[in-house]
Ligand binder design. Structure first.
Ligand code: TA6
Length: 290
């Protein structure tokens, strides 16, 4: 890891010792705060001033080199899901990313640029802009001499008031794979509601998604570009109990809405080509009658 702290900006970008003794970068914009671990270039916290945090972080998460962090925004790359003998969701989130630069922008937001340590086949950059929204750009460039096929996903864990009361809108009419039964369906409902373990991989959708939360009285907006897949996941009770780094009683307070390009939406880059996955997270606070 880059141990120099050239990227620090007094009062804005501060290198601290985080959980598990790992380095963490605390970011302070005019209207929000965030925390990013160089391990995985993992955004673990984003909170707009005077609002509840927008990202969920498991109290049971491990913070250890070589172990995934459970919560926030895991960067899934270069594959989604399991692969024989390889880490779940790829190796990018297990790597310690270099910090290229940081900057305070004219609107009072703060930008940080991370780079995955060099690989001959591809270059991977992650730019996070912390401000009134949380904007994340994952850029992959094929630096090799043959086609490069990969999956990617910003596997975002959102903080919610109660999984039983939220509604996820924006995916009506979209085809999805129900990963629990390995069967394809088309979304017929205006909103998705949760009554049990849910893991749906929506394909060929560029749609923005809204999480309506009457308990925290807000709507979370997930806008994206360069992405054809949206994954919606909640582990519910049994799977929560099977995950050692996830509390048995945490599932009501989180939902994953993941934006990327997975399965049949995987990306193929010819030599020299790049692709950018952009995700922007924001929220609208709703009046008491919501
Ligand atoms: O995206 C859903 C999923 O594949 C679930 O099956 C579960 O394994 C989850 O991802 C784990 O994600 P994480 O990034 O926390 O390891």
């Amino acid at each position: 890891m880059d141990h120099s702290n050239h990227f620090e900006i007094p009062g804005r970008v501060i290198l601290q010792t985080g959980k598990g003794g790992l380095p963490v970068i605390r970011v302070v914009s005019d209207t929000s705060t965030a925390e990013i671990y160089p391990l995985g270039a993992h955004v673990t916290h984003f909170q707009r001033n005077n609002e509840e945090p927008l990202l969920f972080m498991s109290e049971a998460s491990e913070f250890e080199i070589g172990k995934p962090i459970r919560g926030g925004v895991p960067i899934v790359f270069p594959w989604f899901g399991g692969r024989d003998g390889m880490p779940l969701h790829g190796f990018a989130r297990l790597a310690v990313w270099d910090i290229v630069t940081s900057r305070v922008l004219a609107d009072g937001s703060v930008m940080l640029h991370f780079r995955l340590p060099q690989d001959d086949e591809f270059a991977t950059d992650f730019i996070v802009t912390v401000g009134d929204t949380l904007a994340m750009d994952l850029t992959v460039t094929n630096t090799g001499s043959s086609d490069f096929r990969f999956e990617s996903c910003l596997h975002t864990y959102f903080q919610i008031g109660d999984i039983h009361q939220i509604a996820v809108a924006g995916l009506k009419g979209t085809r999805y794979l129900d990963a629990l039964v390995s069967e394809e369906f088309t979304e017929t409902e205006d909103v998705i509601r949760f009554t049990g373990e849910t893991e749906r991989i929506y394909q060929d959708t560029a749609a923005a998604v809204e999480i309506h939360d009457p308990v925290l009285r807000r709507i979370i907006h997930v806008r994206k570009s360069g992405s054809k897949s949206t994954v919606v996941w909640n582990p519910w009770i049994a799977k929560s109990q099977r995950m050692p780094d996830f509390g048995d009683n945490e599932y009501p307070q989180m939902v994953c809405v993941e934006s990327g390009n997975v399965k049949e939406n995987a990306v193929v880059l010819r030599p020299g080509e790049s692709s950018i996955l952009k995700v922007e997270i924001s929220s609208t606070v709703r009046p008491a009658d919501f």
